[in-house]
Design a protein around this ligand. Structure first.
Ligand SMILES: CC(C)(COP(=O)(O)OP(=O)(O)OC[C@H]1O[C@@H](n2cnc3c(N)ncnc32)[C@H](O)[C@@H]1OP(=O)(O)O)[C@@H](O)C(=O)NCCC(=O)NCCS
Length: 200
């Protein structure tokens, strides 16, 4: 696929991409009356005898964003038994939401954990696009020179207009973005080892 090609994902393909057979797939929604406000999809599997969860999709109604909806959906995903949670997303707010719901926020991400474990965790993930993602960035490669820190080439050619705007909103708020530059066709990569498990 060429750089700049836009992919149209049919519901059937999306379903196939984010709901692998033989894994424990979860989706959680929040509604007000009959209105769907937000939805998340996630997949759990065993990584080195530990239950690990990957957030594969999250979306909030445009008129209800920045109300904490996705963070509360992610909070409902917690079981207390998971070893780590991962996400690939081009959207800084999705990354921030996972970093906050499962850790202390985006500025307190433990990059060392990602450097050590992201590759192995992702290699065992039943979700094909996670398993096939090519890891990129200073954290995950030997000599990147393009400002990338933690991302992956997922061939996800979405317009980066909205994510770039989100990133400048965060920077204007004084947030130091830890995951570096995002090339076209890539998604930021975040892996959080859950605190209770880190301490144990
Ligand atoms: C990304 C998305 C799911 C976030 O959902 P949301 O319910 O608006 O997010 P929340 O209100 O729970 O906030 C999550 C984080 O983003 C930040 N955030 C969200 N909107 C923000 C805004 N307009 N300005 C500043 N920060 C914002 C929050 O402050 C929070 O981070 P923090 O706790 O570290 O401060 C939503 O914007 C969306 O659906 N986008 C389109 C679909 C998409 O791109 N999905 C990702 C595919 S994986």
């Amino acid at each position: 696929m060429n750089k700049g090609t836009r992919v149209k994902i049919s519901p059937k393909l999306l379903w196939k991409k984010i709901l692998p057979e033989g894994a424990e797939n979860t989706y959680i929604t929040t509604t007000r009356g009959t209105e769907l406000l937000g939805i998340i999809f996630a997949t759990r599997w065993m990584y080195k005898r530990e239950i690990t969860v990957w957030v594969t999709q999250l979306c909030v109604h445009r008129e209800h964003r920045n109300e904490g909806i996705v963070k509360s959906l992610l909070a409902s995903l917690k079981t207390g038994n998971d070893y780590a949670v991962g996400i690939l997303s081009s959207h800084p707010f999705s990354i921030s939401a996972v970093a906050r719901a499962f850790g202390k926020g985006v500025e307190d991400i433990d990059l060392g954990v990602m450097k050590l474990e992201a590759k192995d965790v992702m290699a065992t993930c039943p979700v094909t696009y996670v398993r096939d993602a090519k890891l990129r960035g200073a954290l995950l490669e030997d000599q990147p020179s393009d400002g990338t820190i933690s991302c992956a080439d997922t061939q996800f050619w979405v317009d980066h207009g909205e994510p770039d705007e989100a990133l400048s909103v965060m920077k204007d708020k004084g947030v130091t973005w830890p995951l570096g530059f995002l090339p076209e066709g890539h998604e930021y990569l975040l892996l959080v080892k859950l605190e209770s498990r880190v301490e144990s």
